[in-house]
Design a binder for this molecule. Structure first.
Ligand code: GLN
Ligand code: ZN
Length: 756
């Protein structure tokens, strides 16, 4: 009999119950028992849902109050010394301290989990690091489910992935992989205890199989699973997801464990190869249901893959599951009462994916749910030729996009001359990245307008007032290039998505980003176009209030797609190209409306890089082309800006230069201008605004420190190409900090100018 399994279920709850409870606990409005009760209820409900859907192997320990990697650090007692943990009594407060920081100890670093928008807490290693089984969460939750009549499959991040994702923090030159032996010992203890507790399976996640691995990592993997395979009475399943195995195939299939899980969505072509290579004893879990997207699975096609695998290994050792944990999917479609039925019928969120898994597992045993299959076929057909998806004009236009549409008229040096003549800016021109504080007042007005209680005319008047205030403030301070402040925007992607054809929005489609922060990505379902201007009204109004140049403000095509659920019926690059053309229309309209400078933010440009190096060039090529498509419709004397958030730039600097924006602003203040090195070494030819003020902190920097940063920058960059700006937008800050900080920044520029 084919086995159905899940790798992990969203922990946040249908109505964001987890967020509400954790935030209440942090505020002191809920006690520990109350928090634990919410956690227990979420787990109970998730297990019950999976059981009633018919899932055979139901995960436990996939729940977390914050993050599963942090949870593992706590389980094995890897708590940095600065948190003053006494080595006993592991509890949730230790985890929260690490995640959020305390008065005396800064929080652990957080970073993106592979190519998802989920963030994990980076494990820290030092010469003093030891691992001890001090926590009990994985055992407690197994017992908890057992008491509810479910023998779960506990899940944990694997030792090789854990070491890979962590970093050495004491500057000791320690090789973190030297910690492998003691780490593996703890994993063996955990597996033994779970076996003693009655667990039949243990799922160990090693998504680093989707990365390029070196010999050290390979050696750790071999050692770990040679040892773990010896634990009696429990079946170990090693799970890879988020990508293909590629040249890790050999290592993966030779692991001496009971079961292997592969991502058969991104690694579809490999499913058959792995099956053919499998020895006669191993189980193979085929992750055929997409855990990273929200579309219904084409069941007939999925079944064909499963049948092929079954042909190789038989039904007894076949497991069907999602490609990865469903943590990255919204919880349930049931809540989406505002989406129309036709559209809803194309989607599957986590709960609906469970039904798809069970359908496939049953079908593999010849128990085909004919009604479900027929409905699925109909849904696939409806979606494929729906008029809502296909816009022939958009397709024709994308097809016709040519090299000349991706070229400015003249090279940068010539453009710069005409821009400088037109803009008449002083040396060290000052500007900001776009947004000003989204105050309570601004949010309230937007919410009221959305609800319908604030009429359009009044809302527009309110926004005009905010813009006028911002323009006056910037003029008073002496800014050289102004922004309107982005008061009309809820979010840099949602604002545009709501105005573009081809985008849809859910009401409850939240996905955890980190801790209690969730995002609700839009769904790009069809050909994208811009029915009408999106920002021109506000930028034009702002420009009308001042003689100083106003900078139009847009989100770039890569970022617009990176932070959304994308269509699965055409390549990602095609979708980005359509978005680029829509943005190009806006750029051209802004220019026609009298804006002499336009910024196109590409905050997620680096984030879009594929997991494997071999795939980078192809990505960078189309990503750069799309930026150029969006930005090159203007005359030479219109200045194109772009902005990128905190990024490692070294290995993509050539592509950034290829984007050929007249000016790029980047985040550099926290690294003391270190991030500028890539630009310096490459001799980046265009203008650059290295951020001089860290907007992530409420701290107000003084003039002198910004002067120092700017001096550092001008030591290595030609002064005539240096702009003065903060690290990023100011929407999350308050005016009380922003006003003095910006004043100091403008004064710093003035002082440098005077001395020049
Ligand atoms: N223009 C945007 C802002 O200022 C840029 C935000 C970002 O890069 N994340 O808010
Ligand atoms: Zn930014």
């Amino acid at each position: 009999m084919t086995i159905s399994q899940n790798l992990g279920f969203p922990r946040i709850g249908e109505r964001r119950e987890l967020k509400k409870a954790t935030e209440a606990y942090w505020k002191g409005d809920l006690d520990r028992a109350g928090l634990e009760a919410t956690g227990a209820e979420l787990r109970r409900s998730n297990w019950a849902k999976q059981k009633s859907a018919g899932i055979d192997l139901i995960p436990s320990n996939d729940f977390s109050f914050y993050d599963q990697v942090l949870g593992l650090s706590c389980l094995i007692g890897n708590v940095p010394e600065r948190f003053g943990w006494d080595g006993s009594n592991m509890n949730i407060d230790v985890a929260f301290d690490m995640a959020r920081g305390t008065q005396g100890a800064i929080a652990c670093e957080m970073t993106k989990w592979f190519d998802t928008n989920y963030h994990y807490l980076v494990p820290e290693f030092t010469q003093n690091t030891t691992f001890n089984l001090v926590g009990s969460k994985i055992f407690d939750e197994f017992a908890e489910a057992k008491a509810q009549g479910i023998t779960t499959k506990p899940v944990m991040v694997g030792p090789a992935t854990y070491l890979t994702l962590g970093k050495v923090t004491d500057g000791s030159g320690l090789n973190k992989f030297d910690l492998a032996d003691s780490l593996i010992d703890v994993y063996v203890q955990i597996a033994e205890k779970l076996a003693a507790d009655g667990a039949e399976w243990l799922q160990i996640d090693e998504p680093i199989f989707s990365l390029d691995l070196d010999d050290t990592q390979r050696a750790v993997i071999e050692k770990a699973y040679a040892k773990l395979a010896q634990v009696d009475g429990i079946k170990i399943m090693v799970a890879n997801y988020f990508g293909q195995l590629a040249d890790n195939m050999e290592l993966f299939t030779s692991l001496p464990v009971a079961a292997l899980h592969i991502d058969a969505v991104r690694g579809l072509k490999e499913a058959e190869v792995v099956a053919a290579r499998l020895d006669d004893e191993k189980y193979l879990s085929v992750g055929i249901i997409d855990g990273r997207n929200i579309w219904k699975t084409d069941l007939e096609r999925a079944l064909a893959t499963i049948e092929t695998v079954k042909g190789e290994i038989g039904a007894e050792r076949l497991i069907v599951g999602p490609s990865c944990s469903l943590l990255h999917s919204p919880v349930t479609l049931r809540s989406e009462t505002k989406l129309d039925d036709e559209f809803k019928n194309w989607l599957a969120f986590a709960e609906e994916k469970l039904d798809e898994i069970v359908f496939i597992a049953n079908a593999a045993d010849s128990k085909i749910d004919k009604t479900m299959l027929a409905a699925n076929k109909q849904a696939m057909a409806d979606r494929a030729d729906s008029a809502r998806i296909h816009d022939a004009a958009v397709k024709r236009r994308a097809e016709a996009a040519a090299d000349k549409d991706m070229q400015r008229g003249a090279p940068y040096a010539d453009r710069a001359a005409s821009q400088h003549a037109k803009l008449d800016l002083p040396a060290y021109p000052t500007t900001t990245i776009g947004s000003f504080p989204q105050t309570q007042e601004v949010r309230k007005a937007r919410a009221a307008h959305k609800k319908g209680s604030l009429p359009d005319a009044e809302y527009d008047a309110f926004l005009e007032e905010k813009i006028a205030e911002a323009v006056k403030m910037q003029e008073d301070m002496g800014f050289d290039m102004l922004v309107h402040g982005e008061f009309e925007r809820n979010d840099m992607v949602e604002y545009f998505g709501e105005q573009l054809a081809g985008y849809a929005f859910t009401k409850f489609g939240w996905v955890q980003s980190y801790g209690s922060r969730y995002v609700k990505p839009p769904i790009i379902f069809g050909d994208v176009s811009r029915p009408q201007a999106m920002t021109v009204k506000w930028s034009k109004y702002a420009q009308s209030l001042t003689d100083k140049p106003m900078k139009g403000m847009l989100t770039g095509p890569v970022t617009m797609v990176q932070w959304a659920f994308v269509r699965d019926d055409q390549p990602r690059s095609e979708t980005v190209k359509q978005v680029a053309l829509a943005i190009r229309d806006e750029v051209v309209d802004l220019e026609a409306a009298g804006l002499a400078a336009i910024q196109i933010d590409e905050a997620a440009f680096r984030e879009g890089l594929p997991l494997r190096r071999a795939d980078w060039d192809a990505y960078l090529e189309w990503a750069v082309e799309c930026f150029r498509l969006a930005s090159c419709g203007v005359a030479d004397d219109t200045q194109i800006h772009t902005h990128m958030c905190y990024s490692e730039f070294n290995d993509i600097i050539e592509a950034i230069a290829d984007m050929d924006a007249d000016c790029i602003s980047i985040e550099t203040s926290r690294s003391q201008m270190e991030l500028l090195d890539a630009f310096v070494q490459f001799k980046y030819p265009n203008e650059i605004g290295p951020g001089v003020y860290d907007i992530h902190s409420p701290r107000v920097p003084d003039k002198q420190e910004m002067i120092e940063l700017l001096k550092k920058a001008t030591e290595v960059l030609p002064a005539e190409r240096v702009w003065v700006n903060p690290d990023c937008g100011l929407k999350t800050r308050g005016w009380a900090e922003v006003e003095p900080a910006l004043k100091h920044m403008v004064d710093a520029a003035r002082e440098l100018r005077a001395k020049a």
